[in-house]
Design a protein around this ligand. Structure first.
Ligand code: ADE
Ligand code: ZN
Length: 335
């Protein structure tokens, strides 16, 4: 079997995915049209041509602009369903997805409009595509801690549908410590804490996410490599880093895929997974990320299988579900 066939056919879990980042230009135009919203771009090609980023902020500006066409529950449903159908074709069988409530509530959209639409699609995805899922809400770190606290309060009645809380958006200058009280409350309420850290921010932010927020995993985390003590700790505590290779290259965290550190981290015994982050903007879904990583870093088939296995062992699935998926992976490898 070639590595391309292995990547395509093995069952995979995606653990770092912003649902707003799956809004493809075609669907954006369709939803904007039916909602009577005029986009600043006149065509899909013109919009795609604007996806040239030189850092996280240059991406976020256009990502928030795109998300502004989402108004109705059906819009969130269609967005989520399109993502699930797309990754079903990649043999993704489990997803843990983020949504950004404040991106919508700040525009006057009810928290429940976004939540209900996403949730209905996840339920249909489970039934029709066999994809299991968990939903995580992220606080926008460029907004205030008060705004995050308000968002947490809005989420409290929906604890049964929202597994955890994360932290995303503009990292540098918005350290995890800014959200300490919000995460204290969130943990008390039973939400699993996690945070984007060490994407553009320094290793210090990863320490803060672990020690001040109690993060159960770190999203991105690739800048940990600048601090050998931190890498040792991540390995010893088996803290998952949800790495997003194509995103990192697009946003210039690494100049090229050949410079990416996911293989070095894997070899050092750190628990890392491959994910797509915002596939509509970064040029690829799960298999594209695996393929680009395998080619850029000359991954072996064993490397790919290990990355895939971590996707299940480090997921928030319960033990029986994890075991069942691992058995599926092992049976596939044995065959
Ligand atoms: N929101 C969507 N994608 C993000 C990323 N890669 N980093 C921070 N915030 C995000
Ligand atoms: Zn992300």
């Amino acid at each position: 079997m070639t590595i391309e066939e292995l990547i395509k056919d093995i069952s995979k879990a995606e653990l770092h995915l912003h649902i707003e980042g799956t809004l493809e230009p075609e669907l954006m135009f369709e939803i904007a049209a039916r909602n009577g919203i005029e986009l600043r771009f006149t065509s899909v090609d013109e919009l795609r041509a604007a996806y040239e980023f030189d850092d996280l902020q240059s991406f976020l500006d256009i990502y928030y602009e795109g998300a502004a066409c989402l108004l109705h529950e059906q819009d969130f449903y269609d967005l989520t369903m399109a993502y699930l159908r797309r990754v079903a074709a990649d043999n993704v069988v489990h997803v843990e997805i983020f949504f950004d409530p404040q991106t919508h509530t700040d525009r006057g959209i009810a928290f429940e409009t976004a939540l209900d639409g996403i949730w209905r699609a996840l339920a249909d995805g489970r039934r029709d595509l066999g994809i299991t899922s968990r939903l995580i809400m992220c606080f926008l770190r460029h907004l205030s801690a008060e705004s995050a606290m308000t968002t947490l309060e809005q989420a409290l009645p929906h604890r049964d549908r929202i597994l955890g809380v994360g932290l995303d958006s503009s990292e540098v200058g918005n350290p995890p410590s800014k959200f300490r009280e919000v995460f204290d409350r969130a943990r008390e309420a039973g939400f699993v804490p996690m945070a984007h850290a060490g994407e553009e921010g320094p290793p210090e932010y990863i320490y803060e996410a672990l020690d001040l927020l109690g993060a159960a995993r770190i999203d991105h985390g690739v800048r940990c490599e600048e601090d050998p003590d931190l890498v040792r700790r991540l390995r010893e505590e088996q803290v998952l880093l949800t790495v997003c290779p194509l995103s990192n290259v697009k946003l210039r965290v690494f100049d090229t895929m050949a410079d990416h550190n996911i293989k070095r981290l894997l070899d050092a015994g750190v628990c890392v997974t491959v994910n797509s982050d915002d596939p509509a903007y970064f040029g690829g879904y799960m298999n594209d990320n695996f393929l680009a990583t395998a080619r850029g870093l000359d991954l072996s088939q064993d490397d790919v299988v290990q990355l895939v296995r971590y996707g299940f062992t480090a997921s928030f699935l319960d033990d029986a579900e994890t075991e069942a998926y691992l058995r599926r992976v092992d049976d596939f490898v044995d065959a």
